[in-house]
Structure formats: structure tokens, C-alpha cells
Design a protein around this ligand. Structure first.
Ligand SMILES: Cc1cc2nc3c(=O)[nH]c(=O)nc-3n(C[C@H](O)[C@H](O)[C@H](O)COP(=O)(O)OP(=O)(O)OC[C@H]3O[C@@H](n4cnc5c(N)ncnc54)[C@H](O)[C@@H]3O)c2cc1C
Length: 331
């Protein structure tokens, strides 16, 4: 029996939230009295396996093959299956990124095992995993118990603190995964790099989001949102209404049909606070709402509310933060 954690990597860089899961995995493995195994899949990713050794696993399995260079569901599922077999894993965890959710979903189905997607906490009871999920836009926390021998969970990024990297431990063991390219339906024809200067929404400690409230001048509205985000080192989010209206691309959408985020600070400008938006950001530690309507539902959820026009409030905040953070431009 073991606890197995998939360490996601993109272009040879580990996805940061994978370390959060590995850190929690150590705690779970200790409660079970079983080993912790990390799985790294890719091509030329020894450095990620080496980095994983610093986060406390007993073993790091390294599936390295040209066919595994980029995430494709079928070969990665084969690698995870092979790792489960090798590690005799009963608890299988991944970060709840798009890939993490997809991968755990497929492999749990293949193995007819229980899966708790997007869990916000994990613990062990009577030798089995118990996963906590947040439902009804964070109003209820539900405990998920498993009645299968294998228990899968994907974990919402920022649910656990990232562990400090320590002394490297555990051996790296190669994990051969034969991939028959002819049997893989997904082919990667072209790779377009994303804008790496952009802060990822799911990893962000601070998010500034804009909604339909920018409607009278959407371009200026999102420029003001971005300027405040820049000063705070924050990611830019949006409501679905703003995305549907074409003010900003979908990748910025927060909510039920967008990204689920859990920053320390979420600033919502011109967002009414619909339940589907709250579903994605209601777990934020501190919520600040800027809305010209004092009765907007977002104020019921906000820790701090500013009743006012975002076109005036955002630049005022940006100016004040620049001053306080010593980021004023020299005249
Ligand atoms: C199945 C389903 C899934 C959905 N998924 C999502 C999702 O993932 N994410 C999501 O966000 N929504 C989602 N929605 C849509 C959701 O129901 C709301 O329609 C949407 O969140 C509203 O966006 P909004 O708050 O920007 O717009 P509105 O509700 O129109 O609110 C705009 C707000 O801006 C304020 N305002 C206007 N002008 C100004 C100004 N100058 N200064 C300050 N404030 C101003 C107004 O008072 C108002 O409160 C979903 C809906 C469904 C049915």
C-alpha cells in the first residue's frame, strides 16, 4: 500500500500546486504508515524528479519517453496505471488542474475506483482517505468517504501550503511505459507558447477581476483592472458576463464554468455576485467588492465593500497602492 502523487510538469517545469499535494501526501502516508511515492512523467524531466526528492517522498518514479513529452491523456493514463501497479498505491492524488482532473477522472473510471474531484482538504480515517469538497459555492463542506480499495482525489490548488524544499531523499526509479504511437488518438501538431509573463489565475495570491460593470468602456475598464493587478502582482480575472461580451478571453473567467480560485485577496470590480461567480471565488480569504449598487449581492459575501464607480475607484486604488508600495514612477 502507498500514497502516490502525480507531479505535473509543463515544459520541464513542475506545476507549483503539485508540491502542495506532495506535502499533504507525506502527512497522509505517515498516518497510514505507508510509503509516499511521487510520479514524474515527461521527456528529459530528470530535473523535476530531482526537485521532487526535496519534498519528502520515499520514492520518485520517473516515466521518461519521447512519447510522453507533452500531456496526452491516453499515454499519461498508461503511465499512471503503471505507477499504481508498481507502487501498489491505494491513495492516488493530483493537483486539480485541468490535466490533473482529467487524468484522475479517466484512471479512476478505468479502475472502477472512487474519485473526489477538486477536494479542498484530505485526511485519513480508519485506514482510508476522506476527502472534503466545497459545494453550493462554498456554503457547505461535504466529506467524501470511499468504499473502494483505490481512492483517487484531485486537490484544488492553494488548498494546502507549499512545503519547504528540504534535503533530497528517496531514490529515483525509472518507470518504463511502452507507448504504441499508432494507438494514441491525440497528435500534437503545433505548440504555441502561452504568455508566460501572465500570472496563473489558479496559483495567484491576489486576483483583480472585472465584470459587466465595465460596459460603458470595456477597454478602459479592463485596462484599469490590469493596472491595479500589475501594481499588486496579481492575476486578472473576469465574470462570465464580461467574457461572453467579448471584453476579455475565456481563460480569465472565474466561476462555475470558469476557473476555481482561492487567493488571499480577491478584488471584484463591477461584478454583481451571482452564485455561479461565487462558486469559483467564494473560498478566497479576503474579498473586496467595488460596485456602484449598494444592494449588489456581492456585498453580502465581501469582507470589504466600496460603493462607487469602478472607473474612479480603480485608478484611485492603483495610485494609493503605488505610493504605499514604493512603485510610483519618477516624474
Ligand atoms: C450554467 C451557468 C454557468 C455560469 N457560469 C458562470 C461563471 O463561471 N462565472 C461567472 O462569473 N458567471 C457565470 N454564470 C453567469 C452568472 O449567472 C452571471 O450572469 C454573471 O456572473 C454576471 O456577471 P457580472 O456580475 O459581471 O454582471 P452583472 O450581473 O450584470 O453585474 C454587473 C455589476 O456591475 C455593477 N456596475 C455597473 N456599472 C458599474 C460601475 N461603473 N462601477 C461599479 N459597478 C458597476 C452593477 O451594479 C452590477 O452589480 C453562469 C450562469 C449559468 C446559468
Amino acid at each position: 500500500m502507498s500514497v502516490l502523487v502525480w507531479i505535473e510538469q509543463i515544459d520541464g517545469q513542475a506545476v507549483h500546486s503539485s508540491w502542495e499535494v506532495l506535502g499533504k501526501g507525506r502527512e497522509l502516508a505517515d498516518s497510514l504508515g505507508s510509503p509516499l511515492v511521487a510520479l514524474v512523467v515527461g521527456h528529459g524531466v530528470e530535473a523535476v524528479a530531482e526537485e521532487a526528492r526535496g519534498y519528502g517522498p520515499d520514492t520518485v518514479l520517473l516515466a521518461d519517453d519521447p512519447a510522453l513529452e507533452r500531456f496526452r491523456l491516453q499515454p499519461y493514463a498508461a503511465a499512471l496505471q503503471e505507477a499504481i501497479r508498481r507502487a501498489d498505491a491505494s491513495v492516488i492524488l493530483a493537483s486539480a488542474t485541468t490535466n490533473g482532473r482529467t487524468l484522475t477522472g479517466l484512471v479512476a473510471c478505468q479502475n472502477q475506483a472512487g474519485l473526489a474531484p477538486d477536494a479542498v482538504d484530505l485526511r485519513i480515517e480508519e485506514g482510508k482517505l476522506v476527502a472534503v469538497r466545497s459545494v453550493y459555492s462554498g456554503n457547505i463542506l461535504s466529506d467524501i468517504y470511499f468504499d473502494t480499495d483505490q481512492q483517487f482525489a484531485s486537490v484544488r490548488p492553494r488548498s494546502f501550503p507549499a512545503p519547504e524544499a528540504g534535503e533530497a531523499q528517496g531514490a529515483i526509479q525509472p518507470l518504463p511505459v511502452p507507448v504504441d504511437e499508432g494507438q494514441v488518438p491525440e497528435k500534437i501538431l503545433e505548440v504555441k507558447p502561452a504568455d508566460t509573463s501572465e500570472i496563473s489565475l489558479t496559483d495567484a495570491r491576489i486576483i483583480v477581476s472585472g465584470g459587466r460593470g465595465v460596459a460603458k468602456d470595456p477597454e478602459l475598464g479592463f485596462k484599469l483592472v490590469s493596472e491595479l493587478a500589475d501594481v499588486l502582482g496579481a492575476a486578472v480575472g473576469a465574470s462570465r458576463a464580461a467574457v461572453d461580451a467579448g471584453y476579455i478571453p475565456y481563460k480569465h473567467q472565474v466561476g462555475q464554468t470558469g476557473k476555481t480560485v482561492k487567493p488571499d485577496l480577491y478584488i471584484a470590480a463591477g461584478i454583481s455576485g451571482a452564485i455561479q461567480h461565487l462558486a469559483g471565488m467564494g473560498q478566497s480569504k479576503v474579498i473586496v467588492a467595488i460596485n456602484k449598487d449598494p444592494d449588489a449581492p456581492i456585498f453580502e459575501r465581501a469582507n470589504y465593500g466600496i460603493v462607487g464607480d469602478l472607473f474612479q475607484v480603480l485608478p484611485a486604488l492603483t495610485k494609493e497602492f503605488k505610493k504605499r508600495l514604493g512603485k510610483e514612477e519618477k516624474e
